[in-house]
Ligand binder design. Structure first.
Ligand SMILES: [Zn+2]
Length: 299
């Protein structure tokens, strides 16, 4: 997938390295204090202080750094307050994700009048959204309450390692799928489905959810179709990557991996074959009107 040098979306909220509470906090040595502290350390006065501290340590058996810490105040706190430092690989993944989000904006702005661009939240570990507290284990998700997409980029690594679904376009497909849920929010589909929740049995409702998920796959395909037409971003093997990912994260495969058997009644994402079929239908047609999974006689 060609993505370098293309527009990155500005609708990215980077919450990596933040605790889910979001308030960080805690006292510690502030960066403002570090420079004068270092100057002091290398002055004559500083050498005397270090000497005295070493002497105290020698006489009392205490740690001089702990004494210094007490002097400056507070418990030491590191990553939480000083900001997150991603590895170069991680930052590349974040940049790539921002380009894919921009591509979805370009496509859906043209397809839907008054399209509201969703925000993509990058997080690590746990995140607080209008849908409650979620952990990375949930996988990427869309929260209709705040119209934001939530992704812990380590999911992509896991997709590759545990499900054998690697590749940049496989990752792009996941973003396209979550944006697909946003389209369902905007078109009112999500609301209609939620209204059915209390009126159906659990098994019936799960069947409805399968159609919701397959339609999001279809929308991901529609997005890829139009981005390909305007940018030619796909490279040989990319489509196979996405289809492989769609098939690898089908519920039947996920359940088989987790429990060793398949229980069709609890499917909420669709089988591997269904996911591949709907993504491909969107990709081949690029026509949103073809994505009515709710009235399709055959999934
Ligand atoms: Zn989904």
């Amino acid at each position: 997938m060609k993505w370098q040098g293309r527009r990155k979306s500005s609708n990215i909220e980077d919450r990596r390295g933040q605790s889910a509470g979001g308030f960080g906090g805690g006292r510690g040595i502030s960066p403002m204090l570090l420079v004068p502290l270092f100057r002091l350390l290398f002055s004559k006065v500083g050498l005397v202080i270090v000497g005295v501290l070493l002497l105290i340590m020698f006489l009392t058996g205490t740690n001089p750094l702990a004494l210094l810490q007490q002097f400056v105040g507070g418990e030491p706190q590191y990553a939480q307050t000083t900001g997150y430092q991603p590895s170069p690989e991680e930052q590349e993944l974040a940049d790539q994700t921002a380009v894919v989000l921009a591509d979805t904006e370009d496509v859906w702005n043209k397809m839907i009048d008054g399209y509201r661009e969703p925000t993509l939240v990058l997080f690590s570990g746990q995140v607080q959204s209008a849908c409650g507290l979620s952990s990375s284990a949930t996988g990427p998700f869309y929260c209709p309450g705040d119209e934001k997409l939530y992704i812990d980029l380590s999911f992509f690594e896991e997709m590759e390692r545990k499900l054998g679904a690697g590749g940049d376009f496989a990752q792009a497909y996941v973003v396209g799928h979550e944006v697909g849920h946003h389209i369902q929010k905007l078109t009112g589909t999500m609301e209609q489905v939620n209204a059915m929740r209390g009126r159906l049995s659990q098994a019936e409702f799960n069947q409805l959810m399968v159609r919701v998920e397959l339609q999001a796959d279809f929308y991901a395909g529609v997005w890829a179709h139009h981005t390909q037409r305007s940018t030619g971003f796909l490279e040989p093997g990319d489509l196979e990557e996405a289809l492989n990912a769609a098939s690898a994260i089908g519920d039947d495969r996920l359940q088989k991996q987790a429990t060793g058997r398949v229980v069709p009644d609890s499917f909420t994402h669709g089988t591997s074959a269904q996911r591949v079929r709907w993504f491909k239908k969107g990709f081949d047609t690029g026509d949103v009107r073809q994505g009515d999974t709710f009235n399709a006689t055959e999934l």
